[in-house]
Design a protein around this ligand. Structure first.
Ligand SMILES: [Zn+2]
Length: 342
């Protein structure tokens, strides 16, 4: 108990270290200044996930988190798992043997966490940085935190923009078992997420009666994903790993700005570090440009790069209208940027 509490405090300290940015800058709560992060978290590699659900997500360029039980993967399935990972879907751990972890010894608990990560990384060649507890049952979050930057449970909540416990990220089960079973209901939930400025994680098993637990219809999934991808100002669909990294970086972002020949030179650092994950997720920031500037060009490590957006704001007074322009760009900690007058 003591250890668990200490781990949560340490985890919180790591993510709540205040971002340090000059007054002209704003750090986006979620990528692209969208209002809500959404994660599609698929458990157990049910039969129709790779052949049906993933192609639907691919069609809308949405990435999933695939939570894999290493003992359950058939030898011929590893290639498709790896291939999905290479295309940007997250390959996450769901332990080696899917036990109720609360019934395991500390040693067995740790082995389920460490070995599943090792096997997945070896089989896919990709970074494995989040996990999902079988049956959503957990203890020893301090041990989980040695191997993962985030771990998922199923508390049915919408997480706030900075979750209280990264080793207990909430999700909401879909399908008939959860009485949460239509595109309309899924859309309504993410709309609530946008209102709250939070993070909605869908916990998904079966698709189209593939025998997987609490199956949903692929047509409902598609209708919902289409809705989400059509509203980028509201929704940022991303993997659990991407959202965890974004939170860590966002809450500890350090921006320093120096004047340069045609504008400003900025260096971006992250005041948090992780031995588990590369903190390389792009974080969205904005900078209000001086009044005399109409537009700006961005350089990342010396190379020209298109900004995400350029926003104009008009303020009317009695005599004149002042226009302020704000540039919105993605930054990766460790890189340097230049904002030049155009
Ligand atoms: Zn499971």
């Amino acid at each position: 108990m003591k250890k668990t509490l200490l781990a949560s405090i340490l985890a919180m300290a790591a993510i709540s270290a205040a971002a340090q940015v000059p007054a002209e800058y704003k750090v986006a709560p979620w990528h692209g200044f969208s209002r809500c992060a959404i994660t599609y978290s698929f458990d157990d590699l049910c039969a129709n996930q790779l052949p049906i659900a993933i192609p639907i997500l691919d069609k809308y360029n949405v990435k999933a988190s695939l939570n894999v039980v290493t003992d359950w993967v058939k030898p011929e399935e590893w290639a498709s798992v790896r291939e999905a990972g290479i295309r940007g879907h997250e390959i996450a751990s769901h332990t080696i043997s899917h036990p109720n972890l609360t019934e395991k010894s500390v040693e067995e608990f740790e082995r389920e966490q460490s070995e599943s990560k090792r096997i997945l990384e070896e089989k896919t060649g990709l970074e494995v940085v989040t996990m999902v507890y079988p049956y959503c049952k957990t203890t020893h979050e301090d041990i989980t935190a040695k191997y993962y930057i985030g771990a998922r449970v199923c508390d049915e909540r919408i997480e706030p923009h900075t979750p209280k416990e990264m080793m207990k990220i909430s999700s909401r089960g879909v399908g008939p078992m959860f009485n949460f079973n239509s595109a309309e209901a899924f859309n309504k939930w993410v709309d609530q997420g946008a209102e709250a400025g939070g993070w909605c994680t869908f916990l998904i098993h079966g698709i189209d009666g593939d025998g997987g637990y609490s199956a949903i219809k692929s047509s409902d999934l598609e209708e919902h994903v289409k809705y989400v991808s059509g509203k980028p100002k509201d929704f940022w669909p991303a993997t659990c790993a991407q959202v965890c990294k974004y939170i860590m970086e966002r809450d500890a972002l350090q921006i320093t700005e120096l004047p340069a020949k045609k504008g400003y030179k900025i260096s971006v650092k992250c005041n948090a570090s992780s031995s588990i994950a590369k903190l390389d997720e792009p974080v969205t920031i904005s900078r209000q440009l001086p009044n005399s500037w109409k537009s700006a060009i961005i350089y990342e490590n010396g190379k020209a790069k298109a900004p995400l957006a350029m926003c104009k704001d008009y303020q009317k007074s009695n005599k004149a209208t002042t226009t302020t322009t704000t540039v919105i760009l993605d930054v990766v900690p460790g890189n340097t940027y230049e904002i030049r007058k155009k």
